[in-house]
Structure formats: structure tokens, C-alpha cells
Design a protein around this ligand. Sequence first.
Ligand code: GUN
Length: 302
Amino acid sequence: MIENDFPDIEKILRKMTNRKEKNMARLIDGKKISQQIKDELKEKVAAMKSEGKEIGMAVIQVGNDPASSVYVGNKKKACEYIGIRSESYELPEETTQEELITLIGKLNDDDRIHGILVQLPVPKHIDEDTVIKAISPRKDVDGFHPQSVGALSIGQKGFVSCTPAGIIQLLKRSNVDIEGRECVVIGRSNIVGKPMALLLLRENGTVTVTHSKTRDLKEVCRRADILVVAVGRPKMIDASYVKEGAVVIDVGIHRDENNRLCGDVDFESVEQVASAITPVPGGVGPMTIAMLMNNCVEAALL
Ligand code: GUN
């Protein structure tokens, strides 16, 4: 076992040395860090179980959008790994808003359920905001409820959206200082950009949020010590947007012209100037589910 581990370590060290010698950015390994978090949670859940506390999460999907089915499947798998009991609700496309709200109400009142997740997007005839508001803030493991978002904005306790929360963990566990640094977020979505800005602010970063109407985007990005890219366009951000030595976090996930996964960042170009960078896949993506699991364990402790 130990003998078999050595070649791996050697390989990793060689890879790291090669990157350093070639002056390429350090890789921030989301796969490894998310696995650490899941293993910590697994231990915590086992300890809670031995004291008689069982954690339950309800996962609701309306319709059968293939991408949503993959995400939901991964979330259920993560629950199983950690020891969280997941209850799956696969509802037909024609489900009415009233039926969905009734189910959420029942789950809100069910003591065996600690977290409720409605996979988005929901079909067009259902109003997303109404559905999010129907989930009890105590069970809002996605952190999408207005109360959760409001609590984050005024520094009070509440669930935080999983992707930005995962990015903070990536930075902290990779020893990237946030305090006093120039942080630029590209994108202002409710799920990523806005909560990301609030979390960086909470860590005492100096935060700028940019968006499609930002003038001189390149200039603004080139000020960043930490650049979080959630722009939604494949490989848009190349080295010309990045200051020498910046840390670059890529939230995007797309298929490129060769059907290979890629992010919003042009990795081959940016790794030449950044000091650290998240790859796609294996960067931000795996952190989202790890933080969802973390929120569910926290919900059970409320
Ligand atoms: N659809 C895409 N991302 C997410 C997510 O993080 N949570 C939920 N509920 N739906 C999503």
C-alpha cells in the first residue's frame, strides 16, 4: 500500500516542479479539496449517527432535463457517500406549481428532512421565485431564499449559495490570502456573482463586481489579485485580462469545438501569467456539491 503510493507522490512532485520551472500557474485542485471536505463531513455524520441523529435531504426534480438529471444524480451519490439519507422526488413535467408548493410544505414540516433542494431550472409554467420562497430558510441548503441572501448581505448566520462558498474554501485551503487584496468578480448572477462579492467582502477583500455593461473590462480585471470569472462564455478571459501573479478562479463549464470540457477562462493562455488557477474540470465544479453536503449537515445541527 505504502510502496504503491510512492510512484504517485513522485509523479505529482515531478509535475509540480515542471510547472514551477516553466513558470506556470500552480493548480488549485478542486477535486482533492472537495474530497477532503466530503471525508471530514463523512466523519462528522458518522459521529452524529452514533448519537442517534440521522440526516435527511429531499431532492426534487420537475421534468427530465438531462443536465439536471446528471446534477441530481451526483447530489444523491454524494449524500450516499457521506451518510446522508436522500429522498428523491422525480415529478413529471406537467406538475403544477400548487402541487410542488404542497410537497415543499410537507417537507418543511417533516422532522426527518433537514435540507430541501429543488433542482433549477423548473418548467416555464412554474415561478422559480415562488418555489424558492416556499422552502423554509432553515432547510434552504442551496442558500437561494431571500432570507438567506439578506442574512449574508448583513453578516448574519444563514445558508450561503454553494458555488461561491466552495470558492472561498478553495482559496483558504490553498493558502490564498483574501484580506486587503483586490478581488474582481466577472458576473452578477444571484447564484454566483452577487454572493461571491459578499463573501469576498466578508473576508475583507476589496471587491469590484463587473458585468456586461462594464466599461474597460480588461483594465478592471487587470487590477485583480484574485479574479473570479463567471461570465458564461467559453474561454473568453485570456492572459490579456490577467495581472502577472494573479489567482484566477474559473466558474464556467462548457464544451469546446472539440467537444472537450472548458471554462470561461482560456486556460492555456492564462496559466502562463497567473500564480494559481483552477482547472476545468476538477476546479470549482466538485466544490459545489461538497458545500451542499456541508449545508445539509449544518441544517441538521440547527
Ligand atoms: N441548477 C444549476 N445549479 C444549481 C444549484 O446549485 N442548485 C439548484 N437547486 N439548481 C441548480
